[in-house]
Design a protein around this ligand. Structure first.
Ligand SMILES: NC(=O)C1=CN([C@@H]2O[C@H](COP(=O)(O)OP(=O)(O)OC[C@H]3O[C@@H](n4cnc5c(N)ncnc54)[C@H](OP(=O)(O)O)[C@@H]3O)[C@@H](O)[C@H]2O)C=CC1
Ligand SMILES: O=C(O)C1=N[C@H](C(=O)O)C[C@H](O)C1
Length: 311
């Protein structure tokens, strides 16, 4: 991130070799096997996922689409010692054509922002690019409809962490097995994340949907978003080291009308690694589905977990 900030601050003439110049001189020879491109490596999740790709010994595509629009190529950043070229929106189509010729079994990961995920998904679908969408928020109904209409392969989930996905699955199974089991009870949900998180947690929304089926009427807009660092430390007990660098502390409290019965479901995560590792699993799963020309094309992380595809 520091590298990128320095590059961004540099005048255009001083920036590293542009993508276009590289494309003209590069000798292209296609690589077999999965290759993963992470958009955007400049973000917290993107960077952590790119590192997980390298750790897993999978080819990391040395390009990453970013949101910066002021230049054709906006610089380079290092991921585990690999220089990754940052490509701005205007050049991404040309860049993709080049990248695909070199990495025909390309899988794309999207960890960007709620405001751009629908547009990014459209771009991936138009290009028939299999993708794993970890970005939360945006218009979820449109996202699912667009992917389904395109016939493109994708894994879309608000949470890629295996253990949290297992918890989500358990809540959904409970809802199916015991619909209305909490009728008459009340629900309170608090989720705490680093203050840069703009949307309400997608994971909390998914769990609330299951709790709704258990007889707890509760709107997504009632979910309490805790973003104040002081409150995160004092009330939510988030360790200092995770307050800004990334955390997800969720508490769902279910209570009987007189308060004599209280159930508390809690999942607390510090850091990004658990999601990054799960994202790599999702990519490998999706790659297998594409290679097998699977009939089903749209998946979530419960599908990945159910397939036994998480390491
Ligand atoms: N599914 C899961 O398991 C998890 C999901 N998330 C979700 O992932 C998303 C990202 O989170 P996080 O990494 O913390 O956020 P960050 O703010 O750290 O990163 C977002 C990145 O998106 C980039 N960006 C903005 N616009 C575009 C664009 N048009 N194309 C490509 N890149 C773009 C920004 O780069 P720049 O400004 O340089 O352009 C920035 O680096 C959030 O929605 C979050 O909720 C987070 C954790 C786990
Ligand atoms: O932005 C985050 O940090 C996270 N986002 C996801 C969400 O919105 O649920 C997953 C996890 O909570 C971390």
């Amino acid at each position: 991130m520091v590298v990128q900030a320095a590059l961004r601050a540099a005048p255009a003439a001083a920036r590293p070799v542009t993508y276009v110049r590289q494309r003209r001189t590069m000798v292209v020879s296609a690589l077999a096997g999965p290759a993963i491109m992470v958009n955007s490596c400049t973000g917290k999740m993107g960077h952590s996922t790119a590192e997980a790709v390298v750790r897993a010994g999978i080819t990391l595509v040395p390009y990453s689409f970013t949101g910066q629009s002021e230049a054709v190529a906006v610089g380079k950043m290092g991921v585990s010692g690999i220089p990754v070229e940052l490509v701005g929106p205007e050049e991404r189509q040309a860049a993709l054509d080049h990248i695909r010729s070199k990495y025909p079994e390309l899988i794309v990961v999207d960890y960007t922002l709620p405001a751009v995920l629908n547009e990014n998904a459209t771009f991936y679908c138009e290009n028939k690019l299999p993708f794993v969408m970890g970005t939360t928020g945006g218009d979820r109904d449109k996202l699912l409809a667009d992917v389904a209409a395109s016939g493109n392969y994708a894994v879309i989930a608000p949470n890629m962490g295996k253990q949290i996905v297992a918890f989500q699955t358990m809540m959904e199974m409970m809802a199916e097995r015991f619909p209305g089991c909490f009728s008459g009870y009340t629900l309170q949900v608090a989720e705490s994340h680093q203050r840069t998180k703009v949307d309400t947690s997608g994971t909390a929304k998914a769990v609330v949907a299951s709790l709704n089926k258990m007889g707890l009427p509760y709107g997504e807009d009632q979910i309490e978003k805790v973003r104040d660092p002081a409150e995160q430390a004092s009330r939510m007990r988030v360790p200092e080291s995770a307050i800004d660098s990334g955390h997800a502390f969720h508490t769902y409290t279910v209570a009987s009308p007189d308060g004599s019965v209280v159930l508390e479901f809690k999942h607390n995560v510090c850091g990004r690694e658990v999601y990054a590792e799960g994202t790599v699993d999702a990519c490998l799963f999706l790659h297998r589905q594409v290679q097998a020309a699977a009939e089903k094309k749209l998946y979530n992380m419960i599908d990945v977990l159910t397939a036994g595809a998480m390491r």
